[in-house]
Design a protein around this ligand. Structure first.
Ligand code: CA
Length: 217
């Protein structure tokens, strides 16, 4: 899952990136409104953490522009605690908000909940025959036994699991599993998928030649 953090306070944006990456998210950081607008245009993020007070552009304006085009879940980070502001934010298309200061663990739990809701998969664990994907523990079991996956393998499994029954292209995987600082080669995803098949069974991921992958059609 790939998250955009829009936050101009360096200490906070660094802490958010570190916490998100530790939790297995790919994370891009934008520290001003123009960069954030460009990133939101360029990528389909799985969720956005949006600070309201930004140089160059107000967070509200970014939210309004995003809502004209994309349903990306948005968690607003706000220093304000007036009730009117919160109501106005939700009315403007924010999906949730956190008032600063907040606990990183709460931010991550709320982001996960937003991503689950956006995928119409409110349940935190997903079952595929003998394979079970627990998106809270970020753990995969096969026939009840834990399966060791690398962070990228897990990220791909979770992305495919959240889109079960849908054709997932390599481009979609690149857009959601890697951040903008990572170099990617087109055959790397194939290597990860072949490792995933070896660990979770050949039938877990099916390949549509020249198109992409599909889980649980
Ligand atoms: Ca700010």
């Amino acid at each position: 899952m790939r998250i955009l953090v829009v936050e101009d306070e360096p200490d906070l944006s660094r802490a958010l990136r570190q916490a998100l990456e530790e939790e297995g998210f790919a994370c891009d950081v934008a520290t001003d409104g123009e960069t954030a607008a460009f990133d939101l245009e360029s990528w389909d993020y799985d969720a956005v953490c949006l600070d309201l007070m930004l140089p160059g552009c107000d967070g509200r304006t970014l939210l309004a522009r995003l809502r004209e085009r994309k349903p990306t879940p948005v968690l607003v980070l706000t220093a304000r605690d007036a009730l009117d502001d919160k109501v106005a934010l939700l009315d403007a298309g924010a999906d949730d908000y956190l008032t600063k200061p907040f606990e990183l663990a709460e931010l991550i739990a709320r982001l996960r909940a937003l991503i689950r809701r956006a995928a119409n998969r409110p349940e935190p664990a997903l079952a595929f025959g003998e394979v079970r994907v627990d998106t809270v523990a970020r753990a995969v079991t096969r026939r009840g036994r834990p399966v060791a996956l690398s962070p990228k393998e897990y990220a791909i499994v979770e992305y495919l699991a959240r889109h079960r029954g849908e054709l997932v292209t390599r481009t979609m995987i690149y857009g959601h599993v890697y951040d903008e600082r990572e170099d990617t080669l087109s055959n790397v995803v194939d290597v990860y998928v072949s490792n995933i098949r070896r660990k979770l069974g050949r039938d877990f991921v099916r390949t549509r030649r020249g198109a992409g992958y599909i889980v649980d059609a």
